[in-house]
Design a protein around this ligand. Sequence first.
Ligand code: ZN
Ligand code: ZN
Length: 298
Amino acid sequence: MTAPEAPEHEVPKLENAFLAHEPTIRLAAFLGLLALIAVWEALRPRRALAAPKTPRWLSNFGLVALDSLVLRFASPLLAIDLALTAEERGFGLFNLVPAPRWLAIVATVLVLDLVIYLQHRAFHAVPLLWRLHMVHHTDRGFDVSTGVRFHPVEIALSMGIKMAIVALLGAPASGVLVFEVFLSATSLFNHGNVFLLPAVDRYLRLIVVTPDMHRVHHSIDPVETNSNYGFNLPWWDRLFGSYRAQPAAGHERMTIGLEQFPEARRLLLHHLLILPFSGRTGRYPAGRYRKRAASRPG
Ligand SMILES: [Zn+2]
Ligand SMILES: [Zn+2]
């Protein structure tokens, strides 16, 4: 039920204040969590890093700086601004069909998370998209900086997909902001080289993707790479049959990276930027490793 005098699509005051500070909230959440996980990694690492930190951190944080620039220039109307425009002009599902605000916010977070899961699967399955996404998987180390290692074109495509969903849903802007903060926070957390008690991990991974769960996805073994696509909520992998609890070799002994980039320790920022156009796609993606393994004699 709505208050009789309230304009039909008025954004509540608290949400307005929340949205007014959107860039600050996102930056503070990102930097705060980054510092926290970096300290946690230094004090209680999960495994020894297979590749030196300094060149990787320079490349990975160089990429996130570029990604932010690309988004600001290529897409000035970002998902949150689009959600505000949809609310003002009354387009999209939740602006046409009356629904409680809390329900619209929860549905926005769930739908966007499902779409990010499906998008991640598509980036592994479609060779052209895999070329972009393999930049993320070439990292031979696995730590908090891997969580921001994405090619700018992948980031721009991902933003385009999110904006399409936001427009279709008529998603409340605060729901989009909650999702964006949640996504950047969990991406830092689930790439963290941090030690968690096994019992804590076991329960935590029922509600959020943990580092041990996501590390399986960075395994050099294509069967393991082809699992645990979720970034935030762990339920989609369980629901769609892509969940794998642990790596076969164990977390300390497993190899991280892609087999076609054994020299990945030397990949610097400029190499990563041209990698989608020049790099080898390997036996992955699109289940090619299965087809080739099946056609191999003996
Ligand atoms: Zn992936
Ligand atoms: Zn990852």
